[in-house]
Design a protein around this ligand. Structure first.
Ligand code: 8Y4
Length: 274
């Protein structure tokens, strides 16, 4: 069965191919380390691997097209040779989407929601499922002063417009996943309101929802923990999102999250026999 048709949430494991993540001994070693890491995430229970070559963290600087291709293509090809697991390409660039799909990617994750017309065209041409994420502002400045009159309504309005744009290019709603973009131009209050409205967002947009909260500042703000101490908080929010109907959970810690979510879902989907 296709991932989006299953009742359970799919666990999306993060593979960040930016240089700081996998060795500084050159691209070949970095790619091989990232491939091995991806295959390990599959063993740990990942249903999807999200391969990204452009850091989208707050304050991150943009990367050239060639840099991004050099980072992600060998990793996608290498994992695809060994596994038929869904591979997501995390990019906003049309050329990266097209090359990644040729290399074996089968899902497109765009934090800019295909607002670049060429990216929209490339995604539509691929016939693959896409994730449309909401972001207010640009990664370099988005956390300076996030402002909404109503965050939930504004995110829904933006995503509605992006869904319609996708549909005009022939992408059908069953191939569209929406994402409120936790931490992307949002205060803590906005982040919490959006997670609280997950079911409302899903029913209003009639699309499945992806949630990415793993190790993010939303957890730091709730618990007062540094980034390397956010595992238990991340698991708690992942379980909360899965029970509220999120269909994809994007995480760093695949085994821990998969175990917790599978246990919560055993109860969620239990039925009495009569
Ligand atoms: C620690 C570790 C602190 C990571 C912050 C971060 C999302 C996403 C990212 C998301 C979708 C990140 C590419 C930000 N987040 N894509 N990408 N949804 N669809 N920050 O929430 O992980 S990168």
């Amino acid at each position: 069965m296709k991932l989006l048709e299953r009742p359970q949430a799919a666990i999306m494991g993060i593979i960040n191919t930016t240089p700081d993540s996998f060795s500084d001994g050159g691209q070949f070693y970095a790619s091989n380390a990232a491939i091995a890491y991806g295959l390990d995430l599959i063993e740990q229970g990942a249903d999807i691997l999200d391969v990204g070559g452009e850091s989208t963290r707050p304050g991150a600087v943009p990367v050239s097209l060639q840099q991004e291709l050099d980072r992600v293509l060998p990793v996608i090809e290498g994992i695809r040779k060994e596994s038929d697991t869904v591979i997501s390409i995390d990019t906003s660039k049309a050329d990266v989407m097209l090359a990644a799909v040729k290399a074996g990617a089968t899902f497109i994750n765009d934090v800019k929601a295909l607002q670049n017309p060429k990216a929209l065209e490339a995604a539509a041409q691929s016939n693959l499922p896409v994730c449309l994420m909401h972001m207010q502002g640009e990664p370099t400045t988005m956390q300076a002063a996030p402002k909404y009159s109503n965050a939930v309504d504004e995110v829904i309005a933006f995503l509605t417009e992006r869904i319609l744009a996708c549909e005009q290019y022939g992408i059908t709603r069953d191939n569209i996943v929406v994402d409120p973009g936790i931490g992307f131009g949002k205060t803590q209050e906005h982040n919490l309101q959006l997670l609280n409205a997950l079911q409302h967002i899903r029913t209003q947009l009639e699309c499945e929802v992806l949630i990415g909260v793993s190790r993010k500042s939303i957890i730091g703000s709730i618990l007062g923990r540094e980034v390397d101490e956010r595992l238990y908080g991340s698991i708690g929010l992942a379980v909360q999102a899965a029970l509220n109907g999120a269909k994809i959970i994007r995480v760093h810690d695949v085994r821990a999250t998969a175990d917790a979510v599978r246990c919560a879902e055993a109860v969620k989907f239990s039925r009495v026999s009569d």
